[in-house]
Design a protein around this ligand. Structure first.
Ligand SMILES: Nc1ncnc2c1ncn2[C@@H]1O[C@H](COP(=O)(O)OP(=O)(O)OP(=O)(O)O)[C@@H](O)[C@H]1O
Length: 593
């Protein structure tokens, strides 16, 4: 997918199709028994609720003229019972269908979330996270109405229509046929608004997504916003995004409500029409009771029709959301193990890059012909200018992205041929942006190895010099931290994430700017410990502070996606080339500082 920004509407890749609805109904399948039961009670209740006008006809045309009080009481009791049945059925229908609707929503959301866990980095790189959020939360919620009421109402409304027609035909065939004149007009209205309505709801879902993305981005960047006093400008952008949402909402609703008044108006016109016809037919085969009952049925007849119209609206609206939801469920993770992928056995830690070419987007190369071999237990440092490709190289070892050509081998096995979990479980990765989750510090260190004991967690923290600061906190390892670790300093976050990487006891350790924000005193202590930590592991260390990598087995100097120099610190210094220049400029700036 192309890159997307908060104010760019997402293109819909799949055409309109009822297949989405079919897929939605698959989610209803486990509840078919309850749905069946609900339909049955609703059918009973619709017969009960439709009997009213017929009872009135009987009362006016038969019981009152015959002064049959017993019969009248009988009709009153039947009427009362019909009301009770309707009320009780409605209660159960609402309860059961709400339960089913919410269960289906929970299941769709679970599937979405599970799928999101598997999607590759490139998916997350390509769109604002707010647009992902809106699908999981809001779009799924929008299905609630359709699921809770839609299907059962549709079945019972269709049934009611048939029952009402039956009563109407039994009263007067000619008047029944005359009352159908509104149908063709309704069909024409539906035909004309259908496409406009779908389009309008798609636009609306896009605008909702854009607004969500902007809110999400703004909250994430709020500190920068306030630091630069950008509040007014952000308010202006938000007004635009939000206005765009409002306008598309108004348009969608305007089109949607074309259907409802059309049905209402047709209903009123038909009733008036039947009154005129009916009155002229009184004493010519139509009784007063029959006319009153008939008009009562016509009124009732349009109610299920209005409901079916609303159901139709709900389907069209839900389509706009379903398309997006299923589009995301169908999104294939780009990084997957082959179908015959094997488990990567316990590794020694040899890493080999063979003619690796890679670009994040299509043909644009970020790495060009990278070749190197790292023996088990070696420490490799990657240095080079900002944006030269260091992080990219190490992220390929964990196969966060697929390479364009060449191969990456671990212990002689191409990583493309092994399962992703078996590969990543043997790596300890500390990313440049150390993410801290909400929870305790203990939970955060234990994140990658849930079975680690408290002692092991503390051991890892001690090894990376984090124990001292953690112990000084009021609740120690049980201190609750917020999402992104906003209660901690950047250096403290780095130490926690370092401990997390180490706890996995990986054969390959990747440290991307692991100590860039740690004070020199802690860093020195860490350096000493590091030598012990790195024994028996292959490690890749990215560092801008060259003092931290002098003891590396080998240093790779990266420039514009290529390795331009490699060797030990002493060798590279002697060579007086790129590394020497980098080293000299850092030295000078330190002395100037
Ligand atoms: N997710 C991404 N999508 C597209 N391009 C990316 C992505 N991440 C990095 N790049 C691009 O790839 C190039 C190499 O980036 P990389 O992060 O590997 O550099 P680096 O050497 O680690 O830089 P730094 O020292 O600043 O961390 C840069 O030009 C960058 O713009």
């Amino acid at each position: 997918m192309a890159r997307n920004k908060f104010d760019v509407d997402e293109e819909l890749e799949s055409p309109f199709s009822f297949i989405h609805l079919k897929r939605l109904f698959v989610y209803l399948k486990p509840y078919k028994k309850t749905i069946f039961l609900t339909v049955v009670i609703m059918l009973i209740s619709s017969v009960a609720s439709l009997i009213g006008p017929y009872l009135i006809k009987q009362a006016i045309d038969v019981k009152i003229p015959e002064k049959d009080m017993g019969g009248l009481w009988g009709l009153a009791v039947i009427y009362f019972l019909s009301l009770v049945i309707t009320g009780v059925s409605l209660k159960y229908k609402i309860r059961w269908m709400t339960e089913i609707g919410q269960s289906v929503i929970r299941n769709i959301r679970k599937d979405l979330f599970t799928h999101l866990q598997k999607l590759s980095f490139s998916f997350y790189d390509s769109r604002p996270h707010g647009k992902i959020l809106v699908r999981v939360v809001n779009y799924v919620n929008s299905l609630s109405d359709l699921l809770s009421n839609g299907l059962v109402n549709l079945i019972t409304d269709l049934f009611s229509l048939l029952v009402i027609l039956g009563f109407m035909f039994s009263i007067d065939v000619k008047m029944t046929l005359l009352s159908m004149v509104g149908f063709p007009i309704l069909a024409v209205v539906i035909f004309f608004i259908k496409n406009a309505q779908r389009k309008a709801w798609q636009i609306l879902s896009n605008k909702q997504s854009n607004m969500n993305a902007y809110i999400h981005e703004s909250i994430n960047g709020i500190k920068v916003t306030q630091a630069f006093s950008r509040e007014e400008e952000n308010k202006r952008i938000f007004r635009e995004v939000s206005e765009s949402y409002r306008t598309s909402w108004m348009k969608a609703v305007k089109i949607q409500f074309l259907l409802w008044p059309s049905i209402e108006n047709l209903s009123t016109l038909t009733i008036s029409f039947i009154y005129i016809i009916g009155i002229s037919m009184i004493n010519h085969g139509v009784t007063v009771g029959a006319l009153i009952a008939f008009v009562g049925y016509i009124g009732m007849f349009w109610t299920p029709l209005t409901n079916i119209g609303n159901f139709y609206n709900a389907i069209i609206n839900a389509q706009a959301y379903l398309e997006r939801i299923f589009e995301m469920i169908d999104e294939k993770p780009t990084v997957i193990g082959d179908s015959d992928a094997a488990e990567l056995p316990a590794i020694q830690g040899k890493v080999e890059f063979k003619k690796v070419v890679f670009g994040y987007e299509g043909e644009e190369k970020v790495l060009d012909n990278i070749n190197f071999i790292v023996k088990p237990g070696e420490t490799i440092a990657l240095v080079g200018a900002t944006g030269s490709g260091k992080t990219t190289i190490v992220s390929l070892i964990s196969r966060f992205y697929n390479i364009n050509s060449g191969s990456i081998e671990i212990d002689g096995v191409d990583i493309k041929t092994v399962t992703i979990p078996s590969l990543r479980k043997q790596m300890g990765v500390m990313l440049q942006d150390p993410f801290i989750f909400s929870g305790t510090i203990m939970d955060n260190i234990r994140y990658g190895r849930l079975d680690a004991t408290d002692e092991e967690v503390i051991e890892a923290a001690k090894a990376v010099q984090a124990h001292e600061f953690i112990s000084s906190l009021k609740d120690g390892y049980d201190t609750e931290v917020n999402e992104r670790g906003s209660r901690l300093s950047t250096g403290q976050r780095q130490l926690i994430s370092f401990a997390r990487a180490l706890l996995a006891d990986p054969k390959i350790l990747i440290l991307d700017e692991a100590t860039s924000s740690i004070d020199t005193e802690t860093e020195l202590a860490l350096q000493k410990g590091l030598e012990r930590i790195l024994i028996g592991r292959t490690s890749f260390i990215i560092a801008h502070r060259l003092s931290t990598i002098q003891n590396a087995s080998r240093i790779l100097v990266i420039e514009k996606g290529r390795i331009i120099e490699e060797g030990t610190h002493d060798e590279l210094i002697r060579r007086k080339s790129h590394y020497w220049n980098l080293h000299r400029s850092q030295h000078q700036s330190l002395h100037v500082g």
